[in-house]
Design a protein around this ligand. Structure first.
Ligand SMILES: [Zn+2]
Length: 338
């Protein structure tokens, strides 16, 4: 059999989770064909990660990219968005050595994945993501990430009309726990929630760190400001706070959640959606779970770690729903401890 056929056979075994057989073939190939070593290392990294050795995976992935910077052109499918990616060396990053929720420094590597495998990979991020695990919190967080996460985010998409009825349901649910109609949204994105809230009759305002989102909101006549949530100052207090897909992006979730509690009226309610690594969807998806290759995410909550964050900030969960919008996300409503 030709080396490339052997390699393809190993890749099929890997895909089928036949890790030992795949590794055996890859080690043999690597030895017989030194030119193929980087490609073999890339696949052996996936084996190491799947077999519970993410640090070995981290080392092997970087070995592979260092020795063959354009390996995605050979390994990735024709239509893959990172087919033409070229590794130009590791960029400086922030390193997180303690759990962002509890400060525990005794955390362990949990998973390692190559970010270029995800659609829309931005080479501003280093290509390999190491996820750490804090056992007492049951929380997962990114070990390394760029100094400024947001300014490299993509330009806004257009509002998706199908999301209006979804937000109508969300707002209906959260309203059951709040007594008024003053709403604040953190991270307005393409404005679907704010647009739906206004239609329903909420007095709604939102902020976003990305100015393009805010300009879009203003074009729709919505009340919006460009601001970083944790630095946002206002004398207003709100009945409903909406934080859709925000906490997975913030480097200090405790600070953000305390801010949400501060802006909330005593009888208000908070709605949060965020990916749950322990969700039914993510467990079934295993290594294919797209959230594990999400470059912009630095936190990956479980229900437990999210509830402990709420508790730390004087909040209490009152409703848990599996998201209809994003596979593997949880939607939680919380109120103040009364
Ligand atoms: Zn922790």
């Amino acid at each position: 059999m030709e080396p490339i056929e052997e390699f393809n056979k190993a890749s099929v075994l890997l895909e089928k989770a036949e890790y030992n057989q795949a590794a055996e073939l890859l080690f043999k190939l690597r030895k017989q064909n030194p030119a193929m070593a980087p490609l073999c290392d890339y696949q052996l990294a996936a084996v190491a990660n799947a077999q519970g050795d993410p640090m070995m995976a981290y080392k092997l992935y970087y070995n592979a990219f260092t020795r063959m910077p354009n390996l995605t052109s050979v390994l990735y499918a024709e239509k893959a968005s990172s087919k033409n990616y070229i590794f130009t060396g590791k960029r400086n990053e922030q390193e997180r050595t303690s759990c962002p929720l509890c400060g525990n420094t005794d955390t362990t590597p949990k998973w390692c994945y190559p970010l270029p495998e995800a659609i829309g990979y931005n080479s501003f991020f280093n290509p390999i993501r190491l996820w750490m695990y804090c056992a007492p919190c049951h929380h997962v967080f990114a070990r390394h990430f760029p100094e400024k996460l947001f300014i490299y985010n993509d330009s806004p998409r257009s509002p998706q009309p199908s999301f209006f009825s979804y937000y109508s349901d969300v707002l209906g649910r959260v309203s059951q726990y709040a007594s008024g109609m003053k709403l604040f949204e953190v991270g307005i994105g393409a404005c679907e929630c704010l647009l739906a809230a206004r239609e329903i009759g909420f007095d709604a305002i939102g902020i976003d760190v990305i100015d393009k989102h805010v300009r879009m909101a203003r074009d729709y006549g919505l009340n919006a400001e460009t601001a970083d949530f944790v630095e946002y100052e206002t004398g207003d207090r709100f009945d409903v706070i909406i934080m859709g897909d925000v906490l997975e992006h913030v480097s200090d979730p405790v600070l953000a959640m305390n801010k949400a509690a501060e802006l909330m009226k005593e009888d208000g309610a908070l709605w949060v959606s965020t990916p749950n690594f322990d969700s039914a969807f993510s467990i079934v998806s295993g290594h294919k779970d797209g959230m594990k290759r999400q470059q912009y995410h630095v936190n990956y909550f479980s229900r437990d770690s999210f509830y402990s964050l709420l508790n730390k900030c004087g909040l209490m969960p009152v409703d848990y729903t599996i998201s209809e919008r994003y596979n593997g996300s949880m939607e939680v409503i919380a109120v103040k401890n009364r």
